[in-house]
Design a protein around this ligand. Structure first.
Ligand SMILES: [Zn+2]
Length: 54
């Protein structure tokens, strides 16, 4: 795999990651749940769809 392939995978994963506003845990959100609030794996808090995406 070349560098561009690696980079595009990295960017795709980053785009789906959400940061928990309570504990700061970074969590990958599936494409289907992108518009919904998800539950943090670590602390159980709801992470709204508008949460910071890094
Ligand atoms: Zn959390």
């Amino acid at each position: 795999m070349n560098l561009f392939g690696l980079l595009s995978i990295f960017q795709r994963v980053r785009a789906r990651a959400r940061v928990c506003p309570v504990c700061g845990h970074r969590q990958v959100v599936s494409e289907e749940r992108r518009a919904q609030a998800v539950r943090c794996d670590k602390c159980g808090a709801a992470i709204p769809p508008g949460a910071k995406q890094t």
